[in-house]
Design a protein around this ligand. Structure first.
Ligand code: FAD
Length: 536
């Protein structure tokens, strides 16, 4: 089997390091790279250390057998106009990253025997819901109003993350006003106050897979963030998601920094309560007074810092308030015909056994032979107008389903590609089940598939380092969203956090966390001129 050749970043060797970096960033996902780019723009020399063979974290793509797939990006919202999100992407990629719009019907929901969809644009989205549920106009309009209110709350939520505890306390009445209690409640409870139509609730929550928790467990804040994010439709980064990091890295290099791959950090070194650098897996030490970890809260506190540092800095007691998100399966499929020839849509399919999303997830968690609680099908080559230039005459499909880590934990210490027959048989059975969902919706694809391979939560652990194969870092429960310690500045001098755990998951969530971390690090006065340039 031909290995992947799509690799970006510079292979780490101790003798390739420059001296006197101003900051070290652990992890080259969107959170880490954004922080590094912004600091680099301010003249900092930043060293990004990525344990994987390629940079980008969950935005990386890989090639095999003449096909190319993205591992953690299917669609991004809010980039079709000059929004703040779009301006950030333009700035970070020097305007080189271009976007391709998906179909107007960007998400289709198969709920039991019924089919619904989401349409791009605030009014089309609302009118389409009304068409599907004509008796529920009032509930739909009240829901749209809640989404607007949540918009202001989300900005306040981000701002709170960069404030010191005493400023947060001082501004408590303001935040209480801006962040009404309902945004911290669970999604289903909030929606049940609008309607008792469970089909409508299911359609409104049809994107729950985008944050990994069904409506009775998720926080309404994250639900509304995702709903708002895709309200104007879905977009795909032209050339593949790996282009995001590819266009960002030169910004870091321009001020003397670098993004190193195969660079596994083993320890964040703390002396007398102060960060002094990192120790690499090969025991090499890189000294630096500023370390920014984008590796996730779990890895940072449970793996990279010593027990005594975690206890003395007060984090030991805080960690139980958060938990890892679920793992996932992804079937990467290659076909020897183009998306056009195969009639593949620029629409994501979400397939649910019924409108009881929480019940279905629970059933599957206790019995993996139960129906998948959700099967998500995405057609990347159909979305990417450049795909055929790279891989002529072919098409790709990705089929994702949640999977508890425990289902695979028996193989957690084994080597990728050498996990033995039992594991391979399990993968074969799961792949066949996922393919059945594809053939049910697009029967003409049966017999057309040239290649497929399944990733499991232990593959995620192997490649992305998440210790429980997490899909989205920390779980997005209402409790997690209330944890003010999930912020860029830590209690340990010189150690900062960034990435999806300090704000929310999603490429944009991680990107905005990078903005918060850079702001927190350099302070308002220094970041302001840069923000003016970005958001002018
Ligand atoms: C299957 C899937 C589908 C998704 N689909 C979408 C989508 O369609 N749209 C969307 O917006 N979002 C999507 N997401 C979510 C999105 O990709 C992530 O939320 C976001 O990219 C996370 O960025 P991050 O920087 O926080 O973390 P990551 O991208 O995970 O980066 C963390 C990095 O740290 C590195 N690291 C960890 N430990 C070490 C160490 N000790 N030393 C060195 N490096 C280390 C890891 O290798 C990794 O590269 C999806 C995610 C998945 C998994």
């Amino acid at each position: 089997m031909k290995p992947s050749t799509l690799r970006i970043g510079y292979r780490y060797r101790a003798n390739r390091l420059a001296s006197n970096y101003n900051a070290i960033v652990i992890g080259s996902g969107m959170g880490g790279l954004t922080t590094a780019c912004l600091l680099s723009d301010l003249g900092w020399k930043v060293c990004v250390l990525e344990q994987h063979y390629t940079a980008g974290g969950y935005t990386h793509s890989y090639e095999r057998n003449g096909y190319e797939w993205d591992v953690g990006v299917h669609y991004i919202g809010d980039v079709g106009a000059r929004t703040r999100t779009r301006r950030m992407f333009d700035f970070l990629t020097d305007g080189k990253l271009k976007w391709s719009a998906m179909d107007e019907e960007y998400d289709r929901f198969y709920i039991g025997e019924k089919v619904f969809c989401a349409k791009a644009g605030r009014k089309p989205f609302r009118d389409n819901l009304v068409n599907q549920f004509p008796m529920e106009v009032d509930a739909i309009d009240r829901y749209m109003h809640l989404l607007s209110q949540a918009g202001a709350a989300l900005s306040a939520f981000g701002a709170r993350r960069v404030m010191t505890p005493w400023v947060r306390r001082l501004l408590a009445p303001y935040f209480k006003w801006k962040m009404p209690d309902f945004i911290f409640r669970n999604t289903h409870d909030v929606l049940r106050e609008l309607t008792d139509n469970e089909d409508l609730i299911a359609v409104i929550c049809g994107q729950w897979g985008d944050m990994g928790l069904p409506p009775k467990q998720s926080s309404f804040m994250v639900h509304s963030m995702i709903a708002r994010h895709y309200l104007y439709g879905g977009y795909y980064p032209i050339g593949g998601s790996w282009k995001i990091a590819h266009y960002m890295i030169p910004k870091i290099q321009a001020s003397g920094g670098e993004v190193f791959t195969y660079a596994m950090v083993k320890e964040i070194m703390i002396e007398d309560g102060r960060t002094v650098g990192v120790k690499m897996e090969n025991e090499h030490e890189i000294e630096c007074p500023v370390v920014i970890s984008s590796a996730g809260v779990d890895i940072t506190f449970n793996q990279l810092l010593s027990d005594s540092v975690v206890s003395e800095s007060g984090y030991r007691g805080l960690l139980p308030s958060v938990r890892p998100s679920s793992g996932h399966l992804c079937l990467y499929v290659g076909l020897k015909a183009t998306a056009e020839e195969l009639g593949l849509p620029k629409t994501n399919f979400w397939i649910y056994p019924s409108n009881d999303y929480d019940g279905a997830l629970k059933d599957f968690t206790v019995d993996d032979k139960a129906p998948f609680p959700v099967v998500y099908i995405s057609f990347p080559s159909a979305k990417d107008p450049d795909y055929l230039n790279r891989h002529p005459g072919t098409a790709t499909i990705e089929i994702v389903a949640p999977a508890p880590y425990d289902m695979f934990s028996a193989w957690q210490d084994s080597t990728w590609g050498k996990r033995g027959e039992v594991y391979e048989e399990l993968k074969t059975r799961l792949s066949a089940r996922l393919l059945r969902h594809l053939y049910e919706k697009l029967p003409h694809l049966e017999g057309q598939i040239d290649y497929h391979e399944l990733s499991t939560p232990v593959s995620t652990k192997w490649f992305a380092a998440y210790r429980h194969g997490e899909l989205y870092g920390l779980d997005h429960t209402p409790e997690r969203l209330q944890q003010d310690w999930l912020r860029p500045k830590t209690n340990i001098k010189g150690l900062w956090l960034t990435g999806q755990d300090i704000l929310t998951c999603g490429v944009t969530g991680a990107m905005m966390s990078g903005l918060l971390t850079a702001t927190s690090l350099v302070g308002g006065r220094q970041i302001s001129p840069l923000l003016k340039r970005i958001f002018k």
